[in-house]
Design a protein around this ligand. Sequence first.
Ligand SMILES: *Cc1c(COP(=O)(O)O)cnc(C)c1O
Length: 506
Amino acid sequence: MERGAQMYISTRGGGGAAPSAVAITAGIAPDGGLYSPETLPQLSLTEILSLSRMTYAERAAAILRLLLTDFSMEELAASTQEAYGEDRFAHPTVAPLVQTGGRRLLELWHGPTCAFKDMALQLLPHLLAKARGKTGETGEIVILVATSGDTGKAALEGFRDVSGTRMVVFYPYHGVSEVQELQMVTQEGANVAVVAVTGNFDDAQSGVKQIFNSQTAVAQLNTHGFRLSSANSINWGRLTPQIVYYFSAYADAVHEGAVKAGEPVNFAIPTGNFGNILAGYYAKRMGLPVGRLICAANSNNVLTDFLRTGVYDRQRPFFKTISPSMDILISSNLERLLFHASDLDGPRVARWMNRLASEGRYEVEPEVFSRIAADFWSGWADDAATSAAIQKVFADTGYLLDPHTAVAWQVADDYREATADCRPVILVSTANPFKFSESVLASLTGRAGCATGLAALKELSAVTGWPVPAPLSGLAGKPVLHRLICSPAEMPEVLEKLLYQSRNFG
Ligand SMILES: *Cc1c(COP(=O)(O)O)cnc(C)c1O
């Protein structure tokens, strides 16, 4: 496969085309849009099927070389080897396709934090560190993250001890679960720091945004040799690693005889910010035989409504559900789908996004909507249906679903009923059930609130016979390494102290 130079342009039409290293270091385009591929490279069926003979790290390098053409093959091979090659993932094939109850599930949660964000966040730091050299940056990259729990931990694990990078995570004090807090304050790594903020998640997030937007703070950091960057889910460097596992799953499914070579499959994907499912869309556009991408939502069903009507309306109640990583009303990555579905019409995407910001709503034209509807279908499941799916699948098969994956299981059933589409379906499984022990336990037993925190892990294991995954069971004995607490107003000062006196790190 030839490597044509792949360039990235803003979804809002501003600025010129940039190579991937610029897109990855900048995170967001200068006009506020998202960097997206101008064209998409194509893989032949033979190339796709040949992936089944490779390790996961090799599969990743083979796909990424077509998208990140300004990286050398050596750089990509080294990066994917560091991310997926050693013992960072608890499963030898990294992203195994498993079979249960006549269904196939793609398990993306064997990484160090037991959820699918590891698939991207284990690789992004290496891409970022190498991109820095290409864009002429000499400073050390500083990643700031405000987290409501899971992303912070996954980013910490990805960035720890990656040379040329530092990371500071701010989380709301008493605003994350006991297990999430333990995961963060026991984090090892000489280049990472974790700070509790006396406020809620929005306070921590506004504090981080203010640092990014403060010219004095940025200039001050630059004079000390630091360059701010972000690891959030709109960064192209987080999206590309996710394209890989769609190809990988398909090659495995054909290799196992579950799917005929070239036969289209459907994927059902638990969706929040639209990153994971968008990666599946890119895979399809790159030649992967995909029928429908089934977008599974919880009660925050803004995407279901959009994919059924073409109207995106965020003005609706916000629900806290048992699948919290999908509790989102503004799905940022949807902007990239709009860009491709409107033939890269940046000004048009900018109008929709402005309307979303000012009126909370926009509607796409019928010709754009019909293109989207050809590739996507969407349904949703509330907490009761999610719990029922966890309970039923465990009773029928002994397989334990986490609440996010259970939403996809239920919606995949609803899809088959609604459409009579009998193509093989692959469920994308996004978290280890122990990550959400309390609600999984409540779903199985029908009783809420029996055990919490670390006790819930043990109880879930006792009830199901499934082992507590090592990264979670090991938490009890780990020393607390991060004890800093500050107010939102003190965040810039704390950041400077941490960076300029590096002894505070680790
Ligand atoms: C982040 C997350 C999702 C949603 O993925 P998006 O890419 O934001 O759509 C689903 N499940 C789990 C467990 C997650 O952590």
